[in-house]
Ligand binder design. Structure first.
Ligand SMILES: O=C(O)COP(=O)(O)O
Length: 328
C-alpha cells in the first residue's frame, strides 16, 4: 500500500507522494501518542526552540567536524609512530565516544555530537583518545576543534520562510526563545544568516550555562526567569533526548519532538515527548491558533506559504517518511 505512487495537487503545486503520505491537512495529531483533543487547547506563552536539528540543519557541519577531527587524530598517530591497526582502534573508539556512525556517515541519535555542548564534546573526545592509548593533552584536542572555527556558519534553516514562521507565533503574542547547546558566537551567526535575530526574544547557549546544560532543567528555568513565565506555560521543541528531558525535568507544559535532527521517534517518546512531529512546520497545526490575525499583517499568500512549509523540502520529506517508517 505504501509503495504505490499517486499524484495530487496540493496548494497550487504538483508533488508526488506515496499514496499514504501525510500532508499538513491530513496529519492526524491524535495518531502520535499521548496527544488528545484536550491538549489541543494548550496555548503556550513561550515556545522554546532547540537550534541544531530543529531550526537548522546541522548534519553537514557535524560530518565536516568529524572528518577533520578524524584526520587530525590520524596525523597524530602517524607522527608518534602508532601502528595502523592501533590507529584504527583509536579512531573507532573516538567515533563511538562522540556518537558518530561511520556506516551511515551520520550522528548516532541524540549522541554527544548532536546534543552536547562543545566543552562536553571536546572532553569526551580527549578522554576517549587518551583511554585508547594515544598520548595527548586535552589542550591539543581543544586546539584542533578551535582551528575549525564556526562550523555552523553555513547551516541552512530546516523550513522555508523561517522568519515568517516565527512571526506567525509572535503575532499571536507568543514569546520566542532558543535554548541551544551550541556556543553564543555560532548561534549569533546562525540567527543572522537565517534573518531571525529580531524575532527571538530570549536565547541561552551552551557556553553560558556552565555544567547545567541540557538535559538539565536549568537553561529552561533561566529562560523562564528572563521572560517572566513559568515552565508550565512553555512549549519545548527539539530533536534530541536532551531537549525532551530538559522539558520534562523543568515541568514544561508541552514537549514536542521533531524528526529533522538526530533523535528517533521512539527515543523522543521514551524521554518524555508528548508528541513527535515531522518538523516544526507542523506546530502551526498543533496549536489552537487562527490564521486570521496573521492575514491582517500579511497576505493570503503568506498564510498559504506557511501551509506549505512541509511540502517541498527534502529534509521534511525524509522526516515524513521517518514518521511513517520508524527506524526501529
Ligand atoms: O551544537 C550542539 O552540539 C547542539 O546544539 P542544539 O542544542 O541546538 O541541538
Amino acid at each position: 500500500m505504501r509503495s504505490s505512487i499517486n499524484f495530487l495537487t496540493y496548494h497550487r503545486k504538483l508533488f508526488w507522494f506515496p499514496s499514504s503520505m501525510i500532508t499538513m491537512d491530513s496529519f492526524d495529531f491524535t495518531s502520535v501518542a499521548r496527544y488528545d483533543d484536550e491538549n489541543r487547547t494548550f496555548l503556550p506563552k513561550m515556545i522554546v526552540f532547540d537550534k541544531d536539528g530543529t531550526l537548522g540543519d546541522c548534519t553537514p557541519a557535524l560530518r565536516m567536524w568529524c572528518s577533520k577531527m578524524t584526520a587530525a587524530v590520524q596525523r597524530k598517530c602517524i607522527d608518534i609512530g602508532i601502528s595502523t591497526a592501533h590507529a584504527e582502534h583509536i579512531i573507532s573508539k573516538f567515533h563511538e565516544s562522540i556518537g558518530w556512525d561511520v556506516v551511515v556517515d551520520d550522528v548516532v541519535p541524540s549522541a554527544p555530537l548532536s546534543a552536547g555542548t562543545w566543552d562536553e564534546i571536546v572532553d569526551v573526545s580527549a578522554a576517549s583518545l587518551h583511554a585508547s592509548g594515544l598520548t595527548i593533552q586535552h589542550q591539543e584536542v581543544l586546539g584542533w576543534h578551535q582551528d575549525l572555527g564556526d562550523i555552523h556558519a553555513e547551516d541552512l534553516p530546516l523550513i522555508k520562510s523561517l522568519p515568517r514562521f516565527l512571526q506567525f507565533f509572535r503575532h499571536h503574542g507568543i514569546i520566542i526563545s532558543i535554548c541551544t547547546s551550541d556556543d553564543r558566537a555560532s548561534t549569533k551567526t546562525c540567527l543572522q544568516n537565517w534573518e531571525i535575530t529580531h524575532l527571538v526574544d530570549y536565547s541561552i547557549c551552551g557556553d553560558e550555562v556552565g555544567k547545567e546544560c541540557k538535559p538539565s532543567p536549568e537553561p529552561l528555568f533561566e529562560l523562564c526567569r528572563r521572560a517572566g513565565v513559568s515552565p508550565s506555560e512553555c512549549l519545548v521543541v527539539g530533536d534530541t533526548s536532551s531537549d525532551t528531558q530538559m522539558g520534562v525535568r523543568a515541568g514544561a507544559g508541552f514537549v514536542v519532538g521533531v524528526l529533522t535532527g538526530s533523535g528517533t521517534k521512539e527515543q523522543l517518546f521514551s524521554t518524555g515527548a508528548d508528541i513527535v512531529l515531522p518538523s516544526i512546520g507542523f506546530l502551526k497545526g498543533l496549536l489552537p491558533l487562527s490564521t486570521e490575525p496573521f492575514i491582517r499583517y500579511g497576505s493570503i499568500a503568506d498564510v498559504m506559504d506557511i501551509d506549505e512549509f512541509d511540502s517541498t523540502d527534502e529534509h521534511i520529506f525524509k522526516a515524513k517518511n521517518e514518521l511513517m517508517y520508524p527506524r526501529f
